[in-house]
Design a protein around this ligand. Structure first.
Ligand code: NAG
Ligand code: NAG
Ligand code: NAG
Ligand code: NAG
Ligand code: NAG
Ligand code: NAG
Ligand code: NAG
Ligand code: NAG
Ligand code: NAG
Ligand code: NAG
Length: 836
């Protein structure tokens, strides 16, 4: 036995070694150049390098692209301006050790790394897993040259953008000429080190958009930038460098920042079927560089009038131009602000002005900053240089304040130097009790306000009394639903959700947040509409469920979902932030959960490896607690009716949150014990539906328990319940597990990634709990509080009866079908699943 396996092993080992050698070709040596048609693949097969032709072009370029992304996405091009016309190109190491592209039978290279290598004729080029192509010195192993120093249009994680002060090299992105021409385009994204460093998007050398200076947390022109669970960002400004770098903290995420023609910088991330654009700039008119001239600011809320406004204490340079809505001339100040009683006005939510004329002193506090600015008459404004830790350092401007705007959310404080008269005006605005005339007005208005408040409170109390007189059961769906029917206006809806802190969102805000419901923001297609990812002005990410206009049913579900979810709060339920009803549009706004839904993890080979048993168990318990809350801990008794892996979302820390209450039903109020209801309309998902519900339309809390059991087994086994097994095509997952469990062999098919590090009895116990939940008869199934208890202790469990929908080995099957008895419940449903 031993010798046999040894004999078998040797050729296998050789074969695998050989295979490895073939695949892991990630280097070019002087003896092994790369011909057109060959490709180089990085060690972990993340990136590939070779000759390629862009779409709609026959010209040949050497480039790097993602090896694992099915859509060929080029991230770097060597000879972007010198393509080859045929496939005779060769990428090789020349006599001086440089990497060159030559045409066969020609000696002059069309492209070269141009590094000053001293007689290193054995240098090697290697493609790294970061997407970096490096030229390595044969003796010192140091990098002679790297493609990350000469980026094209794409910034990859771990690549640095900006200035290396030691070598004077400034790395920046340059757009392609067009989608089918990688030649040097005229848009660039670069760090300008003048004064206090800033990031700019240029077109043809002129600033198009200023991302601004680094505030410690973000670029001052990107208030929506937040610490993301995918990236960590590090900015460096020291004697060696001024650079920005993005790291990726989650494995197997492909994310890139790129600059495109005409004048757009964007970040996108690969998700299964395509690149999803998460962010782009510039977004609106006020983002354009110097939309309003010096000493004026752009206010996107002022569009009806004119978006440019002079800073306090300034007047339009040309009143006529200003009248004609031309703000480019900017504003000027006619009065002295030098040793004549001047002071500072605090402006909120600002984008900091051009800092190429600003000075920083990191050892000053904000108070010290004010004094330093006041002392020097050329100083026009100041603020903290770094927003972190409540604000540190001092940044002062000396001269015109250029390219500022206000944000609706986010932005920073800017302390503006103003003359004595303006200062007095602003002080007055802030202090209310300044003169007696105003005091009189104040007394009158306070009286009026009090009257209004009193009458509102009276009305509210009367209304409450009236509501109480109504039955306690109808309170649930019907009261909310009725108000929708009358009119889907905002006021009506506010009435029905008064007790929750549901927020009304303007349609325009949602349109802006979701990039007008762009395809790239779409997260998925739900039962009654689509779900989009959105980003509010303050950087908060949201998920928007937009009900399709043509689905009459959808409106019912909408009313239902608002009514139900507005009353629920639990950490294992997805949180609703608000809603939007305007014209035909009906939308629900939820918190955005970046890890998407559970099914994308448990049924995916690679992502599954991120979940160890501990995590799986936590997820199972979280779901169980969420359902328990729905069934008995909340004020209402709610049956979800559509529990499944894709309706469980995961937050940053992989905590499960139950979503999608479109199908949920309230059965009885606080003390209601009506736990079974009948419906003509069976909704839900096959594979998760209990037999009594699928067959007879009966639903109860026990149908949710059934779905939970299915979900639990799916999590443990990493397979959909609708998966069939080779050896017996009539068995679904539950049936298969049941057969093995009866023989005591259920642990055999537990995913190996789980079992290695697992106390077996806990997994086995969970399998048994799962089987208890999917028992054929609702009365046999435990309720959710027992399930939670069973998950939480290790007392002996009852033995499960045969689950529903199992045909094979059904030695004690009781037939539940009626009168004619021709057909059993099990057979019908199995054929339903087959017919899907
Ligand atoms: C290629 O050409 C076709 C037809 O002219 C055009 O529709 C398509 O967008 C082009 N593709 C690219 C990537 O430019
Ligand atoms: C290169 O030169 C060889 C010998 O002169 C010739 O046979 C071959 O066709 C040439 N190849 C190309 C691509 O011109
Ligand atoms: C290398 O140097 C040559 C000559 O100075 C120049 O024409 C070419 O553009 C350089 N190539 C690169 C990739 O910098
Ligand atoms: C290049 O390598 C060869 C051996 O392959 C060696 O003989 C030669 O001296 C080297 N040339 C230089 C300039 O180092
Ligand atoms: C940028 O390039 C495009 C096409 O190559 C051209 O139409 C446009 O005028 C250029 N813009 C500038 C500012 O040079
Ligand atoms: C991001 O975090 C990872 C691990 O925490 C670290 O290795 C990497 O250096 C960080 N990258 C940046 C750019 O901060
Ligand atoms: C500036 O002051 C001068 C005189 O002091 C006056 O004639 C002029 O109109 C003022 N300009 C503005 C824009 O107020
Ligand atoms: C603003 O920044 C640009 C680019 O750094 C610079 O050329 C320009 O002079 C600055 N504007 C002012 C008013 O200083
Ligand atoms: C920064 O402020 C400190 C304290 O006032 C001062 O001593 C120092 O000279 C300043 N540094 C610069 C570069 O102006
Ligand atoms: C005011 O600040 C500017 C810029 O930092 C500097 O050049 C100038 O010398 C300062 N003037 C005084 C009086 O400190």
């Amino acid at each position: 036995m031993y010798s046999l396996s040894k004999h078998l092993l040797t050729p296998l080992l050789l074969l695998s070694l050989l295979f490895q050698i073939c695949v892991s070709l990630d280097t070019i040596t002087p003896d092994e150049p790369l011909k057109d048609g060959d490709i180089l693949v990085s060690h972990r097969e993340t990136f590939a390098l070779g000759f390629f032709s862009p779409a709609n072009s026959s010209r040949r370029y050497v480039g790097i692209w993602y090896n694992k992304v099915p859509l060929k996405t080029v991230v770097w091009v060597a000879n972007r301006d010198d393509p080859l016309d045929d496939t005779a190109g060769i990428l090789s190491i020349d006599d001086h050790g440089n990497l060159v592209i030559t045409e066969t039978n020609r000696s002059i290279p069309i492209w070269s790394t141009n590094a000053s290598v001293v007689s290193a004729n054995h240098s090697m080029a290697r493609l790294l897993d970061t997407g970096n192509l490096v030229l390595v010195h044969p003796e010192t192993e140091s990098f002679i040259w790297q493609s990350f120093d000469f980026p094209t249009d794409t910034m990859l994680p771990f690549m640095k953008l900006g200035l290396d002060r030691r070598t004077g090299l400034n790395r920046f992105l340059t757009s392609w000429k067009s989608k089918d021409d990688p030649g040097t385009g005229n848009c660039t994204y670069a760090i300008d080190p003048t004064g206090y460093p800033q990031l700019y998007l240029y077109e043809g050398g002129a600033p198009l958009w200023r991302a601004g200076s680094w505030t410690g947390k973000r670029w001052s022109g990107v208030p929506e930038m937040t610490q993301n669970y995918i990236f960590n960002i590090s900015y460096a400004d020291n004697q060696d460098e001024i650079t920005i770098e993005y790291g990726v903290t989650v494995p197997n995420v492909f994310t890139r920042m790129m600059v495109e023609e005409p004048g757009v910088v964007q970040r996108s991330t690969w998700s299964e079927t395509g690149w999803v654009r998460y962010w782009s700039a510039p977004k609106e008119k006020c983002d354009n560089y110097q939309e309003c001239g010096p000493n004026s600011y752009c206010d996107p809320n002022n569009v009806e009038k004119f978006e440019c406004t002079c800073l306090p204490g300034f007047e339009p340079k040309s009143a006529r131009d200003w009248f004609l809505r031309d703000g480019s001339g900017g504003c000027v100040r006619n009065v002295s602000t030098c040793n004549s009683g001047e002071g500072f006005v605090k402006l909120a939510r600002m984008k900091l002005p051009n800092t190429s004329i600003a000075r920083a002193n990191m050892s000053l506090s904000l108070k010290g900053c004010e004094q330093a600015c006041l002392k020097n008459c050329t100083c026009t404004a100041y603020t903290n240089a770094d927003e972190t830790k409540g604000g540190i350092g001092c940044l002062t401007w000396h001269g015109n304040l250029v390219d500022t705007r206000v944000y609706i959310n986010g932005g920073q404080y800017l302390y503006l130097r103003v003359d004595a008269v303006t200062l007095a005006q602003y002080a007055k605005k802030n202090g209310l009790l300044q003169n007696k005339g105003k005091l009189a007005i104040l007394v009158v208005s306070i009286t009026v306000i009090l009257l209004i408040v009193a009458s509102t409170v009276y009305w509210f109390i009367m209304r409450k009394k009236k509501e109480k007189r109504q039955s306690k059961y109808t309170f649930s769906i019907t009261s909310a639903a009725a108000s929708f029917e009358e009119s889907s206006t905002r006021r009506e809806l506010d009435g029905s959700t008064r007790n929750s802190d549901l927020q009304f969102f303007e349609l325009s805000k949602i349109v802006a947040a979701t990039d007008n419901f762009s395809v790239s923001n779409k997260l998925g297609e739900g039962g009654f509409g689509s779900v989009y990812k959105g980003c509010l002005y303050n950087g908060k990410e949201i998920a928007v469920k937009r009900l399709s206009k043509y689905s009459g049913q959808g409106i019912e579900e909408f009313k239902n979902e608002v009514a139900i979810i507005a009353k629920l709060q639990h950490r294992n339920l997805v949180r609703i932030l608000g809603y939007c009803v305007q014209g035909e549009e009906k939308m629900l706004i939820y918190e955005y959960l970046p890890n998407r839904s559970l099914d994308t993890f448990i049924f995916d080979e690679t992502k599954r490896s991120l979940l160890d048993w501990g995590k799986c168990f936590e997820i199972i318990c979280g779901i169980a607690r969420g359902i328990l809350y729905l069934h008995q801990d909340s004020r209402l008794r709610i049956i979800h009716r559509d529990l499944k892996a894709s309706n469980v979302l995961l937050d940053n820390a992989m905590h499960p949150k139950i979503a999608d209450f479109g199908m949920a039903r309230i059965v009885g109020g606080e003390s209601g014990d009506q736990i079974e209801a009948n419906t003509n309309c069976v909704v839900g998902t096959f594979g998760y539906m209990s037999p009594e519900y699928a067959m007879r339309g009966l639903f109860s809390v026990k149908s949710d328990v059934y779905s939970f059991g299915v979900l639990l087994l799916e999590i443990i086994f990493g397979k959909r319940n609708s998966t069939y097994f080779h050896d017996d095509p009539s068995l679904n997952l539950i049936g298969h597990v049941w057969e093995l469990w009866k023989e005591g062999k259920a642990m055999e098919i537990v995913d190996s990634s789980l079992v290695d590090k697992t106390p077996d009895n806990e997994v086995a116990r969970c399998i048994q709990i799962g089987l208890l939940c999917v028992q054929e008869y609702a009365t046999d199934r435990p309720n959710m509080s027992s399930v939670v208890a069973m998950l939480g202790n290790d007392r002996p469990l009852p033995s499960p009866q045969q689950p529903a929908f199992v045909l094979k080995g059904s030695n004690h099957r009781k037939d539940t079908s009626t009168s004619d008895g021709a057909i059993s419940v099990n057979e019908v449903t199995v054929s339903l699943i087959h017919g899907r």
